[in-house]
Write a protein that binds this ligand. Structure first.
Ligand code: 6PG
Length: 635
């Protein structure tokens, strides 16, 4: 067996299916000790079965726990094989508790009549043939198992198992771009057996997989392919394949080529930044082939993918369990050592969550860009700005703040690199999707579109140059207090995070996803681009309150920070310096803090020109009113 880490092979199936025979033969083949689960039943259980009574969940509980403990103990030293009927999913959950990454399941399967014949021939076993029917009724077929038909001879069965575990890999990855390569190295470093594939494109992408394998020592035992069929055939069943290809059409193209090569119960994970609606569609399409699709947001860039990203998976929960051990092991760990990977919900919810992550990321980046711009207007050079930002990191630490400090310090021969970078920012679409999604859901998470539109404005470089000539924005009289700027930045970040989680909350209600906001914040505390000390605090706050801004401690903090944000925004506007996200933060906060706003006039206007009606504050029934507004005096 190729796997470097110890594993336990559970041989499952109804009584009489041949688990002990296969277990013993396999034990000889692999030189792993074999344990027959039947030997571990209590006398009470054996007597009960001998009396023709089937065991219930309660009877089986201690037995399963015992076998789990046995497996854990064995795994401390080496691999082992355990035969156990493991008929229900919850039994298998108990068997594999705490050792999920080290469990292999084999289901021996056959038809009732064949097994009955065999049972009749079996001598000296406590299980009467009459219980076979109830065993069949209890069996919940394990989708996670390698299913082997017992009409094959025992020798053939061993050959099939050997072939599967000796020559095939546990996990496959398609797409060796920057992220795909890093994830492969991460998987291999975690001792998973791995196959990877990259397409062959003459003159453009040739021998990518093979060359990649040669490049890194941790890939020594991996299998590299540029032939898709060979790649698929080199994977243990049910197959687990992660796609790391560009979002959009490339995902559909890969799926089209993969589907004819896959089998029932195989699982595909899409780890790209796919649109959640595409993920919904792909889940449905693949389900028709009994292939399962897990949409997984993966954040952390190249470094995260290599050392531990934050992962946001969604889709069919039962099939997610097949890939869960792989994703949890390669994910970053939070400060308590738990994986920054948790099941989000059904459908494309994982990609929706990643999309909102990126939306928050856009606004976080924009806020730092505005802070940088203000400090620059005050006459600070990049190094001085970096020093100021560094002094903030003790109270307001984040990955994005830290990389900004590093960026600002980067020097070129003639000065700082940042000064030579063109002021036109691009995007790959997640901020745009988030903006569309919030417009559809009616959720005003305004800082995300503001950050997106700031990027759009930047892209009109030529027009900006012309406008600057026409309007000659003044920029030189800005005097702001760094402490105020820090406080303004802190408050704007709170509003940004509040808006992001509000979007998730509303989407969860609309789509019935049942998203756990606190868990989402927790898996965003490490591995991802928006990890920060604020995120750590939010994971606690969100346990009690979906509305961050109504948390008691946050209310006190916001009141303390607000005068500084007011001041910074007012000063910047007077000095005609664009600060779209900082000002949006205060506008949003003010708009939400007004119990009685100006929308009464909007309603009246709508009713005036379109007879859209309005409701009255003195009529709690919610009845619609319409008025003939035309006043003759003004005609
Ligand atoms: C991450 C990043 C990552 C990528 C974005 C960039 O979480 O690791 O968000 O997914 O850097 O797609 O998005 P834009 O190109 O739209 O800025």
């Amino acid at each position: 067996m190729k796997i470097k880490r110890p594993v336990v092979i559970f041989i499952l199936g109804v009584s009489g299916v041949g688990k002990s025979t296969i277990g013993n033969l396999l034990s000889k083949e692999f030189s792993f000790p074999f344990f027959d689960g039947d030997d571990y039943h209590s006398k009470k259980n054996k007597d009960k079965m001998a009396n023709g009574q089937s065991l219930n969940d309660e009877d089986r509980y201690e037995w399963l726990i015992h076998l789990n403990k046995l497996a854990i103990k064995q795994l401390e030293q080496k691999s082992c094989i355990i035969a156990c009927s493991g008929l229900k999913e919850k039994y298998r959950n108990l068997l594999s508790k705490g050792i999920q990454t080290q469990v292999k399941w084999i289901l021996l399967s056959g038809n009732y009549d064949l097994i009955l014949e065999r049972l009749k021939k079996r001598k000296g076993h406590f299980m009467p043939t009459s219980l076979l029917k109830s065993q069949f009724e209890t069996l919940e077929e394990p989708v996670e198992a390698l299913k082997i038909d017992i009409s094959n001879s025992p020798e053939k069965i061993i050959e099939l198992i050997k072939e599967e575990y000796t020559n095939k890999s546990e996990f496959g990855l398609i797409g060796l771009g920057v992220m795909g390569k890093s994830l492969c190295r991460n998987l291999a470093a975690n001792n998973f057996t791995l196959s990877f594939y990259n397409r062959h494109k003459k003159g453009v992408e040739e021998n990518v997989a093979l060359n990649f394998k040669k490049e890194f020592s941790e890939l020594k035992n991996t299998l590299a392919f540029d032939d898709l069929r060979a790649f698929v055939n080199a994977l243990q069943r049910p197959r687990k394949i992660m796609l790391m290809v560009n979002a959009g059409k490339p995902v559909d193209e890969v799926l089209d080529s993969l589907i004819p090569l896959l089998s029932k119960n195989d699982v595909i994970i899409d780890g790209g930044n796919s649109h959640y609606i595409d993920t919904n569609r792909r889940i449905e399409m693949l389900q028709k082939h009994q292939i399962y699709f897990i949409g997984a947001g993966v954040s952390g860039g190249e470094e995260g993918a290599l050392n531990g990203p934050s992962i946001m998976p969604s889709g069919n929960k039962r099939f997610y369990k097949l890939v869960q051990p792989f994703l949890e092991i390669i994910a970053a760990k939070d400060k308590n050592g738990n994986p920054c990977c948790v099941y989000m919900g059904n459908g494309g919810s994982g990609h929706f969550v990643k999309m909102v992550h990126n939306g928050i990321e856009y606004a976080e980046m924009q806020l730092l860009a505005e802070v940088y711009f203000l400090l620059k207007q005050m006459g600070n050079n990049p190094n001085e700005i970096a020093t100021i930002l560094e002094s903030w990191s003790s109270s307001t630490n984040s990955y994005l703040l830290n990389i900004t400090i590093e960026i600002l310090r980067k020097k070129e021969e003639d000065g700082w690199l940042i000064d030579s970078i063109l002021d036109v920012s691009e995007n790959k679409g997640t901020g745009y999707w988030a903006t569309v999604a919030m417009a559809e859901l009616g959720v005003p998470s305004t800082m995300i579109p503001t950050a997106l539109f700031a990027r759009y404005i930047s892209s009109f470089k030529k027009e900006r140059i012309e406008m600057s000539k026409a309007y000659g924005v003044k920029t030189n009289n800005l005097i702001i207090d760094n402490e105020d700027l820090l406080k303004a930045y802190q408050l704007a970040r709170i509003v940004n995070h509040h808006q992001g989680f509000k979007l998730l909350h509303q989407a969860s209600l609309s789509h019935n996803w049942n998203l756990n906001l606190s868990e989402i914040a927790r898996i965003w505390t490490n591995g991802c681009i928006i990890r920060s000390t604020l995120m750590e605090q939010l994971s606690t706050i969100l346990k009690k309150n979906n509305n961050i801004l109504l948390n008691e401690k946050i209310v006190v903090l916001v009141k303390k920070l607000k005068p500084s944000l007011n001041k910074i925004v007012a000063q910047s506007i007077l000095e005609e310096i664009p600060i779209p996200c900082l000002s949006e933060a205060i506008n949003y906060l003010n708009a939400f803090s007004v119990a009685k706003c100006s929308a009464n006039l909007i309603q009246a206007q709508r009713d005036y020109f379109g007879a859209h009606s309005y409701k009255r504050i003195d009529d709690p029934s919610g009845k619609n009113y319409h008025t003939h507004w035309k006043n003759k005096n003004y005609d």
